[in-house]
Design a protein around this ligand. Structure first.
Ligand code: IPD
Ligand code: CA
Ligand code: CA
Ligand code: CA
Length: 291
C-alpha cells in the first residue's frame, strides 16, 4: 500500500505542477511581458507570475495551513531570498516552489523549462516533483519511497484512481564516479562579479570531463542527474526553490547532493554538487572553491 500521507501530498503537488505546465505550454512563443529583477541576467515574465499564482491556488485550496515559499513571492536578490527562507525553514508544513525554472530559455523560446515543487516538513524535504511540460515528462520522489519518472498519461491515470503503485518507473543515478567518464552540467552565476572567479576555477575541471552541458534550468539538471542522463551537476548561488525537489530526487535515486564543502544538502545550501559519488563531489567542490 502507498503511504496515505504521501498520496495526498503527491496528488496535490501533481495537480499544482500540471496547472503551471498548462500555462507554460499555452504561452510558449506568445508575446510576453518581460521585466528585469536584480540584474539584466535576472528576468521575470508574466508567465512566471501566472504559474506561481496557479500553484499557490491549488496548494492553498488543499492545505490551508501550509506555508508556501515561491520565488515570485520574494523580493529579488540574494539577501531577500536568504531572509525569506530563514523565515519559514522550520515550518511544520512548507511548500517550496519554482513556478518556472529556466525563464531565460522561456523568453528565448528554447523549450527547456520546468516547474519545481517540493514539500518539506520541519525543514526536511519529503516530496518533490519536477515537470518538463514540453515533453510532458514528470520526475518525482518521496522520501523513503524512491524516485520515479512518469509520462503525463501515467500521472493522469493515477490521479483518477491512486492505486497500490506509484505512477511511472523508478529511476537511478548513472553510477559514474570519474570525471573523465562524466557528462557534467552547470550554470553561470546570475551575479556577474562572481562569474570570472567561478569560470576560472571551473576551466581546469571542465577540461577533464567527457562532455559539458548547460541547459539553463537547475531543476532540470537535477532531474536528469536523478535519471542517470547527466552524471555530475554543480552550480553556485542557487536558491531553495531551484534545488529542493531535485535534491530529493537525486537522493532517492541513489545519488548524492552536497555543498561545495561536502556538507549534506539542507534547504539553506546554495552552492551544490550532485552526482553518484560523495568522494568525487567532495574533490570537485574543493577544486571549485580553492583559493
Ligand atoms: C535559474 C535557472 C538557471 C540557473 C540560475 C537560476 P530561474 O532559475 O535555474 O539554470 O543557472 O541560477 O536562477 O530564474 O530561471 O527560475
Ligand atoms: Ca528567476
Ligand atoms: Ca530557478
Ligand atoms: Ca523561476
Amino acid at each position: 500500500m502507498l503511504e496515505a500521507s504521501y498520496v495526498s501530498l503527491a496528488a496535490v503537488g501533481f495537480r499544482a505542477a500540471r496547472a503551471a505546465g498548462d500555462h507554460i505550454i499555452t504561452r510558449y512563443r506568445t508575446e510576453l511581458v518581460v521585466e528585469t529583477k536584480s540584474s539584466l541576467a535576472d528576468v521575470v515574465t508574466d508567465v512566471d507570475r501566472a504559474c506561481e499564482e496557479a500553484i499557490r491556488r491549488t496548494l492553498s485550496e488543499a492545505f490551508d495551513t501550509h506555508r508556501i515559499l515561491g520565488e515570485e513571492g520574494v523580493r529579488p536578490g540574494r539577501e531577500a531570498a536568504v531572509e525569506a527562507l530563514e523565515g519559514c525553514v522550520d515550518c511544520e508544513d512548507l511548500w517550496i516552489v519554482d513556478p518556472l525554472d529556466g525563464t531565460t530559455n522561456f523568453v528565448h523560446q528554447l523549450p527547456l523549462s520546468v516547474i519545481s515543487i517540493a514539500y518539506a516538513r520541519a525543514g526536511e524535504v519529503r516530496f518533490g516533483v519536477i515537470l518538463d511540460p514540453y515533453r510532458d515528462e514528470w520526475f518525482y520522489a518521496l522520501r523513503g519511497e524512491g524516485a520515479y519518472a512518469a509520462g503525463g498519461e501515467d500521472i493522469r491515470a493515477w490521479l483518477e484512481s491512486p492505486s497500490a503503485r506509484w505512477p511511472g518507473k523508478p529511476i537511478r543515478v548513472s553510477g559514474v564516479r570519474e570525471l573523465r567518464r562524466a557528462v557534467m552540467a552547470t550554470g553561470l552565476p546570475v551575479r556577474h562579479r562572481h562569474r570570472q572567479q567561478v569560470m576560472h576555477r571551473a576551466a581546469d575541471v571542465i577540461s577533464e570531463v567527457k562532455s559539458l552541458r548547460t541547459l539553463g534550468a537547475a531543476a532540470l539538471h537535477l532531474a536528469y542527474v536523478a535519471a542517470g542522463r547527466i552524471d555530475v551537476f554543480w552550480e553556485f548561488d542557487l536558491n531553495a526553490w531551484d534545488l529542493a525537489a531535485g535534491a530529493l530526487l537525486v537522493q532517492e535515486a541513489g545519488g548524492v547532493i552536497q555543498s561545495m564543502r561536502g556538507e549534506p544538502y539542507a534547504l539553506g545550501v546554495r552552492d551544490v554538487c550532485a552526482g553518484s559519488d560523495g568522494e568525487l563531489l567532495r574533490t570537485l567542490g574543493a577544486r571549485l572553491t580553492a583559493d
